[in-house]
Design a protein around this ligand. Structure first.
Ligand code: HEM
Length: 455
């Protein structure tokens, strides 16, 4: 589309360096929010690449749905491809479509009953082990503890219980892999991989650890009879509709790496940020406790309980609005286009800014306030569907969205049933840092006090 619309505005920038010094000193999120407040819903940021940020539901809809053919993952996903490989997250076109079609059934409602059982059992074991180890009240580093737990959950739910322990993949290595994606994406100046810099040595160490764990997962999957219902067996034994053959070892490696990475830290971060938002909110804590005690008593949650815990779900939804683990995504622009009256040039990178839509004053009342009840069915009526996008939207919407919502509610219910949560005052200092995911810049400490009613 040829257009004479003006280019998006930007905050003052350095010659050559653009906004890089600001990103280094204040972080990407602060620069984006400041630009957004000063310049409106479409603006640009220069950090070596020319990025056009879109913070309005209608603009995001154009990029991810209306004109999605013009906006591809392209080179914006090169960092992902170099580390995690070319799985369903990074594939495009027909190859993506056939892979997604192959994987979809593993995440359908019909599969979720069994998956929820695996989640609840894994949560139960982890929380009971913590209780046994500590006896009385104890303090956790929430991100660390939740990452270990959610890694066990994806391992058991998607690959099979017997792989717990034997896959032996460490959450530290997976966390490092995500950091590598972010470094690869940010830094065009990486020396070739054979140069023995400290960074390259870490890259090879991390990749070796993760890959050997993944190949153990594949071998174990091959030994199992087909049709055991796990995603792993589905991936190993299906025929890809595009290529008309089963997935190769490299394709399996990429897909399993993708699921390990995309499938655990995001949920762990949701719980971690949720704890920070509970600071100074005894009303929310009390309402969660009331619901869990009424619905579950001393039982463990099942898939049937999930719709009976609407308040917990609202707390999770509101956490994802304010502190979702994915603040933005990126697409390459193929041809010139116009987004909300601004020219977007071919070759630029467009960033749908989910946090902008989530806090947009035209769509949310008191957007900075943590208020779970805004997600009640009555309060949600008439909401713009593109104003709330924690899992993105359109064709490339997160495949694990329901999986993750059920998992977060189940683990939260198990926690609330066992412990009174006392959020440490130090969480007020915690700042979000956006890389690939939005992580806390320091430990989030939560004291877990075993409840007197514990059976
Ligand atoms: C709170 C938890 C989660 C959040 C916030 C989240 C967010 C997202 C977002 C925003 C995308 C779109 C990325 C883009 O198009 O650029 C995405 C894609 C994806 N997510 Fe998630 N995710 C979560 C949990 C999960 C889980 C639990 C799994 C798997 C078990 C998963 C697997 C994937 C995959 C495979 C894709 C690529 C889908 C495709 O392109 O077809 N995610 N996720």
């Amino acid at each position: 589309m040829s257009t004479s619309a003006p280019l998006p505005p930007h905050l003052p920038r350095w010659p050559l360096l653009g906004h890089l010094p600001r990103v280094r000193s204040d972080g990407m999120l602060r620069l984006m929010d400041e630009s957004w407040r000063a310049l409106g819903d479409v603006f640009s940021i220069d950090v070596g690449v020319h990025m056009v940020v879109v913070a309005h539901p209608e603009g995001i809809k154009r990029v991810l749905a209306g004109h999605a053919k013009n906006y591809v993952k392209g080179s914006t996903y090169d960092g992902v491809r170099r580390v995690i490989g070319n799985g369903v997250l990074a594939l495009e076109g027909d190859a993506w479509k056939s892979r997604r079609t192959l994987m979809n059934p593993a995440f359908h409602r019909a599969a979720l009953g069994k998956l929820t059982e695996a989640m609840a059992q894994t949560g139960q074991q982890a929380f009971d082990a913590l209780l046994k180890r500590h006896g009385g009240p104890f303090t956790i580093d929430a991100h660390r503890e939740m990452v270990k737990l959610t890694l066990d959950v994806v391992t058991v739910a998607l690959f099979g219980r017997e792989l717990l322990g034997s896959a032996d993949i460490s959450y530290e290595a997976l966390g490092d892999a995500l950091e590598l994606v972010s470094e690869e994406g940010n830094n065009g100046l990486v020396l070739p991989r054979w140069v023995p810099t400290p960074g390259n040595r870490k890259f090879h160490r991390t990749m070796a650890e993760v890959e050997s764990a993944i190949y153990r997962v594949i071998e174990a999957g091959r030994r199992r009879p087909p049709g055991d219902g796990t995603l792993l067996s589905m991936l190993i034994h299906s025929v890809d509709a595009e290529t008309n053959r089963p997935l190769t070892d490299t394709e399996l490696r990429d897909e399993i790496f993708t699921l390990f990475v995309a499938g655990h830290e995001t949920t762990a971060l949701t719980l971690t940020w949720l704890f920070t938002l509970l600071d100074g909110r005894p009303d929310v804590l009390a309402a969660m406790k009331e619901e869990v005690d009424r619905v579950l008593g001393t039982r463990e949650p099942t898939f049937e309980d999930y719709p009976k815990l609407p308040y917990l779900r609202q707390v999770v939804d509101e956490t994802l609005r304010l502190r979702g683990p994915v603040a933005m995504t990126a697409r390459n622009v193929l041809a010139d286009d116009e987004v909300l009256g601004h020219r977007v040039r071919a070759g630029a990178v467009v960033m749908p800014y989910f946090y902008g839509a989530h806090r947009h004053r035209d769509f949310w009342r008191e957007p900075d306030r943590f208020d779970p009840t805004r997600f009640s069915p009555e309060a949600s009526q008439g909401r713009h569907p593109w104003s709330y996008l924690p899992f993105s939207a359109g064709q490339r919407v997160c495949i694990g969205n329901t999986f993750s919502l059920v998992e977060t509610v189940v683990l939260l219910a198990q926690l609330v049933r066992r412990f009174d949560l006392e959020v440490d005052a130090s969480v007020r200092e915690v700042q979000p840092v956006a890389q690939v995911t939005v992580r806390p810049d320091r430990p989030v400490r939560v004291r877990l006090v075993p409840r007197a009613t514990l059976a």
